[in-house]
Design a protein around this ligand. Structure first.
Ligand code: AMP
Length: 544
C-alpha cells in the first residue's frame, strides 16, 4: 500500500509549549496564590514562565540530568507550578508526592522513584526533617521559600532555599526540543491495596489530556474563566488544570493548604472565581460554611466534582440553592486522570428535571481520546443497556500501558482494567456501581454500595456514609451501612433504614447501621472501605 504522506509541520507536543504559549499570548494574565504563610502572592503567566526557566537553570546547576526525578511535597501554589514546568521543560521528571500519606509511604515512594531533589513547602519542614535520613537518593532538599525561612539548625543535609536558587539565575535558557514521548511527570496511585504504583505520564499524553480537559463537553474552561483547582497538585497533577490553564491562558487561583470552607469561600469571592474542581468531601466543607452563614456566591458558575461518587443531593444543592453547575466526572491516576464527564446532550433537554438529574448523577460519557467497554467475568463485552454491569476497561491517548519500574503490563488485550464495576446506558452514560473489590453479592445478586451511600447522605442527619459488604450465613453477603451524623443531629438505625423505603427494592436495603465518629479516609480523601471491612468483618447481624 502506498500512502500519501501528510505535508504538515511536525512539532513535538511538549509541556514547555504550554507555558511558552501562555507567556506569549496571555502574559499579563494573573496567577494568584494563597501562600502557606497566609498572604496572597500575585504575578503573571509571563513571570511564571521566566521563573520556570530560572528554575530549570538552577536544577541543571545542581547536577540534574534529563530523566532525573524531582520530587515535591507541596500544596497548590505558584512555586509548585514553576516546578511543573521548570522540570518537565528540560526533560526532568516532576514527581509530586502527597504530604498527607503516612511518612513511611512517602519515603517508600520517594525511594522507589529515586528522586534526586526534593522540594517542599515551609509548613512541611517538620515532616521532611523526619523523612530526610531515609530518603537515600535525594541529593538536595529545597525549601520553597526565602533564605530567612531556613531553620537555624536542621537535620536535613544540604538544605537550600528555593528563592536563592531562582535569584542566582538569569533565565537565559531556550526550552529544548526532544521526543514528545519522553516522561514528563510521575504520580503514584493511592495504594489502598498493596504498594503504591507509579503512573509515568509523557509530554504527548499530558498535552493531549490538556486539550481533552478543556473541551466544552469536558471541563469547558476558557480564557475568560478564573480557575481555582481545589484538587491538589499532588493528586494526578490537579486533574491537569495547571496545563489546561496555560493552554487557554486563564487566570489561576491557588488556595495553598487552606481548604476549609471559610478560606475557600473568601478566596472565591475576593478573586471572583468562576470555575473550580475537587473531590466531594471538599465541597461538603464549603457548603456547610455557606449554608451556616447564609452566604451566596457572586461569581462561581461551574464545578467539576469527581475522584469519588458525587451524591445526587450535593449536585442538587449546588445547582438549586447556589446556581452552580455541577459536572460529575470519573477518572483515575492511570488516566491522567480524565475519563468521563456527565453533561446533557441536546436530545436530553426535553427530559423532565428528575430524568436529567438522574443522568447528571452518573459518571458520564467519555471524551475524545478515551474509549471504554464493560466485560463480564469471562471477558465478554456487555451491552450498553444501563442494566448489564461489568468490569470497566479503558484505552486511549492518556492511559498508562505499564507502571514505573514494573515489567508486567496490566493491560488486557490492549485495554486497561480500571478495577471499577459499571453499567453503560444506550446513550453512553457510564455509571460506576462499585470498585470491583467493594461489590456486595447478596443471594447471587449484585448490590451497588455507591447507590446505597448516595441515598444515605441525602438524609438530613447524615454527614457521611459508607456501605460495606459483610458475610451473611443466609445470603452470602449483605450490605452494612456505616454513617457519621452531622454535628448535633440525631437519627436512629430504624430512621435510616426507613429512609430507603420506596427508593430501592426492599432486598437491597442494608441490614444494619453502625454509627461512627468518623470514617477512615485515604490521603486523597477516599473512604477506606478495606479498613471498615476489617473492622466489621465479624459483625453480628441482629436479624437473620
Ligand atoms: P485515583 O487514582 O486515586 O484518582 O482513584 C481512582 C478511583 O477513584 C477510580 O478507579 C474510582 O474507583 C474512583 N472514582 C473516581 N471518580 C469517581 C466518581 N466520579 N465516582 C465514583 N468513583 C470514582
Amino acid at each position: 500500500m502506498s500512502l500519501l504522506p501528510g505535508q504538515m509541520m511536525q512539532l513535538p507536543l511538549l509541556i514547555s509549549s504550554l507555558i511558552t504559549h501562555a507567556a506569549r499570548h496571555s502574559g499579563d494574565t494573573e496567577i494568584v496564590s494563597k501562600r502557606v504563610e497566609g498572604d496572597l502572592h500575585r504575578y503573571t503567566w509571563a513571570k511564571a514562565e521566566l521563573r520556570s526557566r530560572k528554575l530549570a537553570q538552577a536544577l541543571a546547576r545542581l547536577g540534574c540530568q534529563p530523566g532525573d526525578r524531582v520530587g515535591t511535597l507541596a500544596w497548590n501554589g505558584y512555586r509548585h507550578l514553576e516546578i511543573y514546568y521548570g522540570t518537565s521543560g528540560t526533560g526532568l521528571v516532576c514527581h509530586t508526592v502527597n504530604p498527607r500519606l503516612f511518612p513511611d509511604q512517602i519515603t517508600w515512594i520517594i525511594n522507589d522513584a529515586a528522586d534526586k531533589v526534593l522540594c517542599f513547602d515551609l509548613n512541611l519542614l517538620p515532616l521532611v526533617e523526619k523523612l530526610a535520613p531515609a530518603c537515600t537518593t535525594v541529593k538536595h532538599f529545597v525549601l520553597l521559600g526565602f533564605r530567612e525561612q531556613l531553620p537555624p539548625e536542621t537535620a536535613i543535609p544540604n538544605l537550600l532555599a528555593y528563592e536563592d536558587l531562582i535569584a542566582a539565575e538569569d533565565g537565559d535558557l531556550a526550552w529544548p526540543t526532544f521526543d514528545e514521548n519522553t516522561a514528563s511527570s510521575i504520580c503514584y496511585t493511592s495504594g489502598t491495596t498493596g504498594d503504591p504504583k507509579g503512573a509515568v505520564y509523557s509530554h504527548r499524553s499530558t498535552v493531549l489530556h490538556s486539550f481533552g480537559a478543556a473541551l466544552p463537553d469536558s471541563m469547558n474552561i476558557s480564557s475568560r474563566d478564573v480557575v481555582l483547582p481545589v484538587v491538589p497538585m499532588f493528586h494526578v497533577n490537579a486533574w491537569g488544570i495547571p496545563y489546561s490553564a496555560a493552554m487557554i491562558g486563564c487566570k489561576l487561583v491557588f488556595p495553598g493548604p487552606h481548604l476549609d470552607g471559610k478560606s475557600l469561600y473568601d478566596l472565591f469571592e475576593a478573586e471572583q472565581v468562576t470555575f473550580s474542581a475537587g473531590v466531594p468531601t471538599v465541597w461538603l466543607g464549603l457548603l456547610n460554611h455557606v449554608q451556616a452563614n447564609g452566604l451566596k456566591f457572586s461569581s462561581f458558575k461551574s464545578t467539576v466534582i469527581g475522584g469519588a461518587a458525587c451524591p445526587a443531593s450535593m449536585i442538587q444543592t449546588l445547582e438549586d440553592d447556589f446556581n452552580v453547575e455541577v459536572v460529575h466526572a470519573w477518572g483515575m491516576t492511570e488516566l491522567s486522570p480524565l475519563g468521563t464527564l456527565s453533561r446533557l446532550r441536546s436530545k436530553h433537554l426535553g427530559l423532565s428535571k428528575a430524568e436529567q438529574r438522574a443522568l447528571l448523577a452518573k459518571q458520564g460519557k467519555v471524551i475524545y481520546g478515551i474509549d471504554m467497554q464493560i466485560v463480564n467475568a469471562d471477558g465478554q463485552v456487555q451491552p450498553w443497556d444501563g442494566e448489564a454491569s461489568g468490569d470497566l476497561l479503558v484505552r486511549g491517548h492518556w492511559v498508562i500501558n505499564s507502571y514505573f519500574g514494573k515489567a508486567n503490563a496490566p493491560l488486557r488485550d490492549g485495554w486497561f482494567p480500571t478495577g471499577d464495576v459499571a453499567t453503560i446506558d444506550a446513550d453512553g452514560f457510564m455509571l460506576i456501581t462499585d470498585r470491583s473489590k467493594d461489590v456486595i453479592k447478596s443471594g447471587g445478586e449484585w448490590i451497588s454500595s455507591i447507590a446505597l451511600e448516595n441515598l444515605a447522605v441525602a438524609h438530613p442527619a447524615v454527614h457521611q456514609a459508607a456501605v460495606i459488604s459483610v458475610a451473611h450465613p443466609q445470603w452470602g453477603e449483605r450490605p452494612l451501612l456505616t454513617v457519621v451524623l452531622k454535628p448535633g443531629a440525631t437519627a436512629t438505625r430504624e430512621d435510616l433504614l426507613a429512609f430507603y423505603e420506596g427508593k430501592i427494592p426492599r432486598w437491597q436495603v442494608p441490614n444494619d447501621v453502625i454509627f461512627l465518629p468518623e470514617l477512615p479516609h485515604t490521603a486523597t480523601g477516599k473512604i477506606q472501605k478495606l479498613k471498615l471491612r476489617e473492622a466489621f468483618r465479624n459483625h453480628q447481624w441482629s436479624e437473620l
